[in-house]
Design a protein around this ligand. Structure first.
Ligand SMILES: Cc1cc2nc3c(=O)[nH]c(=O)nc-3n(C[C@H](O)[C@H](O)[C@H](O)COP(=O)(O)O)c2cc1C
Length: 359
């Protein structure tokens, strides 16, 4: 199918962001998305957690909150998709408007507040997908959040793990969304240790005796002080989780943003996040000494950006915001350019390049 994005881009970017997003997801769900034409360069193959996929470029959480279009996104050329964030109970999120575009900066600010159809709906959708005859290849993970009014936030995460371990290919514990009061507090040393022990136990209960339990990752915020970074690395290694996603949106407002938009509450994503999130990624790679797979996300808009994340320690790379401005062809361009960069530097695989840019 042809890529209609260049034609409809001006219209989409004139609509309010959530309206444009809703239309896009509906079109994708109706089968109107483009399909990646060629197979990927073999140099892009990666095998996170022992599962081989065609390329390391993934869709970040928040695009497909309710796992409605995971196959459409895989067909677009992503090697893996992280759907969600999903909360145990359905919740509406914050009042609109709550998403803002900053096109000149290649950025967005959102304060969606984890709007979600809830665990039951998402788990049912994934279970139906498991039975479907025409699944697209690639991994599908789910980003797990907590309800705004959760009496026991840790119990919310455990509910997510229990409902989804086994139906998703990986799970991401989201302790870094800036738009749910208190959610980021679980990144502190003692709180995080307690949370990880609980979610790993929940996984054990959901998959007793499993040879290969569903990989469990934690997604962290870019706004962490050096001490927090060390604590997270130590706690993550000690607990035995399967990876870190680095990083979520930032509450910081770097200079150069239009003041009326910089004043909006919420998480900033896109180009301004590339440098700080890659610096955090490199820090986490050093602190974990390559013992933990890292997913690099934040501001990726080109093959050069994806390569920078890999050289800073990422095994996998994700993006969201650049897709809003660049459309689906960006995925193809990033993959083509990344493959060329790997080969130009003499690497035979992505794995060989991971962390090679660390001092
Ligand atoms: C509209 C929007 C919604 C998001 N929702 C979630 C979410 O539910 N859970 C999560 O962990 N991250 C969420 N994110 C963060 C992204 O997954 C990603 O970490 C961040 O946007 C940085 O990547 P980017 O610069 O490529 O967009 C969201 C981002 C945006 C822009």
């Amino acid at each position: 199918m042809i890529d209609a994005f260049p034609l409809i881009r001006p219209l989409l970017l004139r609509l309010p962001p959530e309206t444009a997003h809703g239309l896009t997801v509906r079109a994708l769900a109706a089968g109107l998305g483009p399909t990646a034409p060629a197979s990927d360069d073999p140099v892009l193959q990666v095998a996170p957690w022992g599962r081989q996929i065609a390329n390391p470029i993934g869709l970040a959480a928040g695009f497909d909150k309710d796992a409605r279009v995971v196959d459409a996104m895989l067909r677009l050329g992503f090697g893996f998709v992280e759907a969600g964030g999903v909360t145990p109970q359905p919740q509406a999120g914050n009042p609109r408007p709550r998403v803002f575009r900053l096109p000149a900066q290649g950025a967005m600010i959102n304060r969606l507040g984890l709007n979600s159809a809830g665990l039951a709906a998402v788990a049912a959708r994934l279970a139906r997908r498991a039975e479907a005859p025409r699944r697209a290849p690639g991994l599908v993970g789910i980003n797990i959040g907590r309800n705004k009014d959760a009496a026991d936030p840790i119990a919310d995460y455990c509910a997510g793990v229990q409902a989804l371990a086994g139906v998703a290919d990986f799970l991401v514990i989201n302790v870094s969304s800036p738009n749910t009061p208190g959610l980021r507090d679980l990144q502190g040393r003692a709180a995080l240790a307690g949370l990880l022990a609980a979610v790993l136990a929940a996984r054990g209960k959901a998959q007793p005796g499993a040879d290969r339990p569903t990989p469990l990752l934690v997604k962290i915020a870019p706004d962490l002080a050096p001490g927090d970074r060390e604590d997270i690395a130590e706690v993550a290694l000690a607990a035995g989780i399967d990876g870190l996603v680095v990083a979520n949106t930032t509450t910081a407002r770097p200079p150069g943003l239009p003041p009326h938009l910089a004043a909006e509450a919420g998480g900033l994503s896109g180009r301004p996040l590339m440098a700080p999130s890659t610096a955090l990624l490199a820090d986490m790679a050093r602190l974990t000494g390559g013992r933990l797979p890292l997913v690099g996300v934040g501001g990726v808009a080109s093959g050069a950006d994806a390569y920078a994340k890999i050289r800073a320690g990422a095994t996998l790379v994700q993006l969201y915001t650049a897709l809003v401005y660049g459309g689906p062809r960006l995925v193809r361009e990033i993959k083509r350019d990344l493959a060329a960069r790997l080969r130009a530097d003499g690497f035979d695989s992505v794995a060989q390049a991971v962390g090679t840019g660390l001092a």
